[in-house]
Design a protein around this ligand. Structure first.
Ligand SMILES: *[C@@H]1O[C@H](CO)[C@@H](O)[C@H](O)[C@H]1NC(C)=O
Ligand SMILES: *[C@@H]1O[C@H](CO)[C@@H](O)[C@H](O)[C@H]1NC(C)=O
Ligand SMILES: *[C@@H]1O[C@H](CO)[C@@H](O)[C@H](O)[C@H]1NC(C)=O
Ligand SMILES: *[C@@H]1O[C@H](CO)[C@@H](O)[C@H](O)[C@H]1NC(C)=O
Ligand SMILES: *[C@@H]1O[C@H](CO)[C@@H](O)[C@H](O)[C@H]1NC(C)=O
Ligand SMILES: *[C@@H]1O[C@H](CO)[C@@H](O)[C@H](O)[C@H]1NC(C)=O
Ligand SMILES: [Zn+2]
Length: 368
């Protein structure tokens, strides 16, 4: 049974993460920073300043091999949601040449671009780049090895995800289909920040995702081929029936995000049928939030909470609207209180609280 009431058309809602994979050593220290003590400010907070320096525990994680599994990044102390693991400027950044629908990128051209950027780097940075894992594919044989390194490790960045960049430290974090970190890029700081989304105990592995997670097990494995491994994370290692249940949840979540995309205006429906549909949607939005939590996809929590907030505003149910909006704001602001998403949820939380107050006042005055 489908959990949701309407399926519209497909839009790609989440930028594809091209990304990371690695197996290296020789890490510099990392920091954990406290959450900002004063929320609700939109200047770049001190803990996110350009001259970020270690003020917290310097050894929050280490790169080591685990028996029978190989190299990975592991927590050395308890980490909680919002803790920063690392902030890192790109070692190499480029705007790729035009993507041709039929032949793809001109990889020879990309190779030349990368080589000239690479030659300009200090020796230490060159060594960090060359130390990254490169999954060589047959097509790579006549290409510069930098192209393989880039494909295996680079992330999309920039205002519209139009650039590609390499982050040698972050590249050491292994993939999981239920990761316990997320990341964001700040153009202003010229840094990518990796932060924790779930409580992680000392000794647990720190993981990120290299592929879009609202795909089935088989599709994720296919996308991971370019990185040269088969995933055996806690989701993929499960028996088939449990994996199928996970696939079903992810598919329901994906469809729901698409279906809700056209339903997210704040206008209260005027017609009886419109109101009835909005009522059903508010119910479905709570199911969506539960589903995302059940599947443990922390990256999608703030989007799901935003949908629940707006869906309840459409039926003028201000208490849940406020609570969901605030939950979404808290998660967005954890990564960057200045981002458009944080600002939006801050504004909505304020507006919904004020409506909730009016509503209570009206009721106490017997107007309703
Ligand atoms: C960061 O440090 C550099 C070099 O010490 C200094 O020139 C710059 O003004 C500092 N920036 C901020 C935002 O403090
Ligand atoms: C991390 O990923 C690398 C590359 O796929 C793999 O060789 C290694 O075993 C993984 N480490 C863990 C702890 O799973
Ligand atoms: C790809 O780029 C190389 C180097 O810039 C150029 O010589 C070649 O003609 C390009 N190939 C195509 C198909 O555009
Ligand atoms: C990003 O995309 C938006 C909308 O397409 C556009 O208005 C904006 O100029 C773009 N920004 C950059 C830096 O390309
Ligand atoms: C973090 O992710 C890894 C890989 O999926 C997993 O082994 C570990 O238990 C996770 N920790 C938490 C708290 O989810
Ligand atoms: C409260 O009552 C006033 C006056 O009837 C009305 O304009 C306003 O929309 C009501 N507010 C809420 C939140 O119901
Ligand atoms: Zn997996």
């Amino acid at each position: 049974m489908n959990h949701f009431f309407f399926v519209v058309f497909f839009v790609t809602m989440f930028p594809l993460q091209v990304s990371v994979l690695s197996i290296l050593l020789g890490l510099s220290t990392a920091c954990i920073l406290p959450l900002p003590s004063s929320k609700h400010t939109f200047d770049v907070p001190a803990w996110l300043s350009a001259n970020f320096s270690c003020t917290g525990s310097p050894h929050a994680w280490e790169v080591r091999s685990s028996p029978g599994k190989g190299m990975g990044v592991f927590a050395t102390r308890t980490l909680g949601p919002g803790d920063f693991i690392l902030q890192e400027p790109p070692a190499l950044r480029m705007t790729p040449p035009r993507f041709d629908e039929t032949v793809g990128y001109n990889l020879t051209h990309i190779g030349h671009l990368l080589r000239s950027l690479f030659e300009a780097l200090p020796a230490g940075d060159q060594a960090a780049v060359m130390g990254l894992h490169a999954h060589r594919m047959p097509i790579d044989e006549r290409l510069d090895v930098l192209v393989s390194i880039f494909r295996t490790n680079a992330y999309l960045i920039g205002p519209n995800n139009t650039d590609m960049a390499l982050f040698p430290k972050g590249a050491r974090i292994n993939h999981s289909c239920r990761p316990n970190t997320s990341h964001f890029w700040s153009e202003k700081l010229n840094k990518r920040t990796v932060y924790v989304t779930k409580r992680i105990e000392p000794g647990e592995e720190i993981t990120a995702t290299y592929v879009h997670l609202l795909q089935s097990h088989d599709d994720r494995q296919k996308d991971l081929e370019q990185y040269g491994f088969t995933c055996s994370c806690e989701v993929c290692a499960q028996e088939r029936a449990i994996q199928e249940a996970s696939d079903k949840r992810r598919d329901d979540i994906r469809k729901a995000f698409i279906a809700f995309a056209s339903q997210l205006s704040l206008t209260v429906p005027k017609t009886a049928s419109g109101r009835k549909k909005a009522q059903k949607n508010a119910h479905a939005s709570v199911q969506l939030a539960n589903l995302v939590e059940e599947e443990g996809l922390a990256d999608f929590f703030p989007q799901a909470y935003r949908i629940a907030a707006i869906s309840h505003a459409r039926i003028e149910d201000w208490k849940p609207a406020t609570i969901w909006a605030h939950k979404s704001y808290e998660l967005w602001s954890m990564s960057d209180a200045t981002s458009p998403a944080s600002r939006e949820m801050y504004a909505l939380t304020s507006q919904f609280i004020s409506n909730w107050n009016d509503d209570l006042r009206n009721k106490s005055m017997g107007r309703v």
